[in-house]
Write a protein of this length. Structure first.
Length: 481
């Protein structure tokens, strides 16, 4: 199968930092189909050779195990091409069409790695020159809109040019190996399904903690905040995968239909429940891994006095028969104590204790990063005889060790899926819009009342009030258990 992969925004940070290294890994692992060309598009004039040199130099900034040798780069670079285009100039698109048509590859994947303000004009112009035939797929990078109205507008334009099956909306968390494995855990094992419900599960906690701050992205981040940056997309996508009903097939729409039902079942927020169940915070100076780090307000390009949230914790419920009354806690933040993304399924206590020593409820921890694996926390008897001492034990499955040569990074997986036309790990427009619909009352409440922002020391687990959010129901966050 021949393919052309075009990166609009081909000189940008996303392309050289994430997409090119991911493609190179696919190439190195022999997973990139033969017969591919990669075309980078941006506004400055440069030759293919100059672009190859640019990418070569940027690889120096990539993790050393992921850098190519000279011989590997020479082979990879032969796939790379460059074309000058101003994406806001309609007259620049005919040349792109000619370039693609001259070879007429089986598939053209057009990756919009630019600021989203360009998405409408790019889609319209691709349609105008006929680059929307069935062999074309368009990949839309996050953020897809700033609120419901802007997301709907982008989707309207995309739909006016492409069919839904041609639109690949990226949420890179869906490409993470442990997130893919969540589907296998739930739907390729009979063990968990009978327990995966309110009768057995006390609460579910999704934590997406970062130890890094906003770095040099202060201007972008300040207009975005943690709710839009992480909750509306990554955290909610994880929640849907945990809470969805078993899809009837492994087809993309069967899965996305079930995820959409979960999003529609989330308890809607009111001004009162936002005040009670949603907490936002901003980091102050502190210490992360022994290093002193500045507060958010001292980061570059952050406006003085900004009220932007760098931390969100919230409590919600999925209002259906399976989950009625089970709290789902979501938490994300920058400059927290550790880089730690995990989903914790806290099971209920045994109904009738018979041992003299206390027994802890079972817990299943789905670890997304830094490690990728599963932990099942159980109780075991340490001794024998009538007064057995119970002790917690852990079944620990490390996927990196179990499948050492087969783990594929998120962007590598998603790029390969887009080339192959597999939509399972991409977000459908209705899911995305429903997620915006659900977070909007929070955004509205915060816009009306600027007083609720709490602070937390960099290197902590967020504002102290986040513990109270969970303690109110008689529970504790994983690190406090
Ligand atoms: N960086 C990251 O890690 C991530 C970024 N994103 C999102 O991806 C998008 C791109 O981010 P990032 O790569 O960091 O941004 P950059 O500013 O680094 O890159 C923007 C790219 O778009 C090109 N561009 C801008 N305007 C035009 C135009 N009119 N015609 C042609 N090309 C144009 C630029 O090239 P030139 O100016 O030379 O023309 C450049 O190649 C953003 O929306 C960002 O939020 C999402 C996830 C992660
Ligand atoms: O989408 C985003 O994700 C990253 C975190 O991704 P991870 O794979 O490193 O966990 C986050 O830093 C960034 O702000 C956000 O835009």
């Amino acid at each position: 199968m021949s393919f052309d992969l075009v990166f609009f925004g081909g000189t940008g940070d996303l392309t050289w930092r994430k997409l090119m290294p991911a493609l190179f890994q696919a190439f190195r692992h022999g997973k990139l189909p033969e017969g591919g060309r990669i075309l980078a598009v941006a506004r400055d004039d440069r030759s293919d050779e100059a672009y190859r040199q640019f990418i070569h130099d940027r690889f120096a900034e990539v993790e050393s195990s992921k850098r190519p040798s000279d011989e590997e780069f020479a082979r990879f670079a032969a796939l790379l091409h460059y074309r000058r285009m101003d994406l806001s100039h309609p007259q620049d698109y005919a040349g792109l069409k000619q370039w693609l048509d001259a070879r007429g590859a089986d598939t053209a994947v057009l990756y919009l790695a630019t600021s989203p303000y360009l998405f409408p004009v790019i889609c319209e112009q691709l349609g105008a020159v006929g680059l929307n035939g069935p062999q074309v797929r368009v990949v839309l990078e996050k953020p897809l809109g700033h609120d419901l109205a802007s997301a709907q507008e982008i989707n309207r334009v995309v739909r006016s040019v492409f069919s839904e099956r041609q639109a690949f909306r990226i949420d890179h968390y869906l490409g993470k190996p442990s997130v893919q494995n969540l589907m296998a855990l739930r739907f390729a094992n009979a063990l968990f399904e009978p327990l995966w419900r309110r009768e057995s599960i006390a609460n579910i906690q999704i934590t997406l903690a970062e130890s890094i701050g906003v770095g040099t992205r202060g201007d972008f981040y300040d207009k975005t905040g943690a709710l839009r940056d992480m909750v509306q997309n990554h955290a909610l996508q994880l929640l849907t995968m945990i809470a969805m009903e078993p899809p009837s097939t492994n087809d993309a729409d069967a899965i996305r239909d079930e995820k959409l039902k979960v999003l529609r079942s989330l308890r809607p927020f009111t001004p009162e429940s936002v005040a009670r169940d949603v907490l936002r915070g901003q980091y102050k100076a502190g210490n992360v891994a022994g290093q002193a780090v500045p507060g958010y307000l001292d980061e570059v390009k952050v406006p003085p006095g900004s009220l932007c949230e760098t931390f969100v914790a919230l409590r919600t419920e999925v209002q259906n028969w399976r989950w009625a009354g089970v709290p789902f806690y979501l938490r994300t933040g920058k400059r927290l104590a550790a880089r730690d993304a995990q989903i914790v399924i806290n099971f209920r206590e045994v109904p009738h204790p018979i041992f003299p020593s206390a027994s802890l409820p079972n817990k299943l921890v789905i670890k997304l990063q830094p490690e990728d694996g599963l932990e099942l926390h159980l109780m075991a008897a340490k001794g024998s005889g009538p007064s057995e001492q119970l002790s917690p034990v852990k079944l620990d499955l490390d996927f990196d060790r179990a499948f050492p040569s087969e783990r594929v990074g998120a962007y590598e997986r998603l790029l390969l899926d887009a080339i192959a036309g597999r939509l399972n790990l991409f977000v459908r427009s209705d899911e995305q819009e429903q997620a915006w619909r659900w977070v909007e009352p929070i955004l509205d409440a915060w816009a009306r009342d600027a007083t609720g922002l709490r602070t937390y020391a960099a290197g902590s687990w967020g504002p102290a009030a986040a513990s109270a959010l969970v303690a109110r129901d008689g529970f504790a966050w994983a690190e406090e258990q």
